[in-house]
Design a protein around this ligand. Structure first.
Ligand SMILES: N[C@@H](CCC(=O)N[C@@H](CS)C(=O)NCC(=O)O)C(=O)O
Length: 215
């Protein structure tokens, strides 16, 4: 059975969300980042970056949330989470995944780092306003790309929507405006999917109960 190593309210949620959309069996293995478990063996042997998520399947370890969600969509094509290889839809799917990691995440991650993630002496409060402004610029690009459609590729929900909406959730948690009613509606629609609620429940349940062993 596939194992997902994660911690609640991190990018690991994206992977659990994809698995819940698919309806696949998986084991969730909590890695307590607050206790430094990510940076110590045995986890660091699995993922030298010491970060979550990691997917483990029969000795094959894969990190990077976008790569994992894409792998899962390809592994379970009936889910529709990834378009067919070589199609234009696939090219657009890739484009939006890379956009999330390279553009949309970055200002929000800068905000998070300088609000709480970095050691206090490394934080630069003055950077926040610039990061918020940068987010506004990329959110506008996203809104234009969405073009008022239901999902980023049109009618089909894909793993790109998981990555985008999860990241927009960070912005909402920071009380940042998404800049347009259509992007607000998109975020509410996608973040309201039952599979995300199940993923969050699974994270909190397994976190409280410790390591899950019965799948
Ligand atoms: N690009 C990676 C980033 C993974 C990442 O930064 N994960 C954070 C949680 S959201 C983490 O594990 N941080 C722990 C640390 O840096 O020690 C991905 O998308 O999977």
């Amino acid at each position: 059975m596939m194992q997902v190593f994660g911690f609640p309210n991190t990018r690991a949620t994206r992977v659990l969300w994809a698995l819940e959309e698919i309806g696949a069996d998986y084991e969730y293995v909590p890695v307590d980042l607050h206790k430094g478990e990510g940076r110590r063996p045995p986890y660091v042997d699995l993922n030298p970056a010491g970060k979550v998520p990691t997917l483990l399947e029969d000795g094959f370890a894969l990190s990077e949330s976008a790569a994992i969600c894409t792998f899962l969509g390809d592994r379970f094509p009936q889910s529709g989470l990834t378009p067919t290889h070589g199609s234009r839809e696939r090219a657009l799917y890739n484009k939006w995944c890379f956009f999330v990691i390279g553009e949309l995440e970055q200002p929000l991650w800068t905000l998070a780092k300088h609000r709480f993630a970095l050691p206090e002496k490394r934080r630069v409060p003055a950077i926040m306003e610039t990061a918020a402004w940068e987010f506004g610029v990329v959110a506008n690009v996203l809104n234009i790309g969405l073009g008022g459609r239901e999902f980023i590729l049109g009618e089909q929900f894909t793993a790109a929507d998981i990555l985008i909406a999860h990241t927009l959730g960070w912005a909402l948690a920071c009380n940042l405006s998404l800049g347009s009613p259509s992007l607000d509606r998109y975020a509410q629609r996608v973040l309201g999917r039952p599979a995300l609620a199940r993923a969050r429940q699974r994270e909190s349940m397994d976190q409280n109960q410790g390591r899950k062993t019965d799948g």
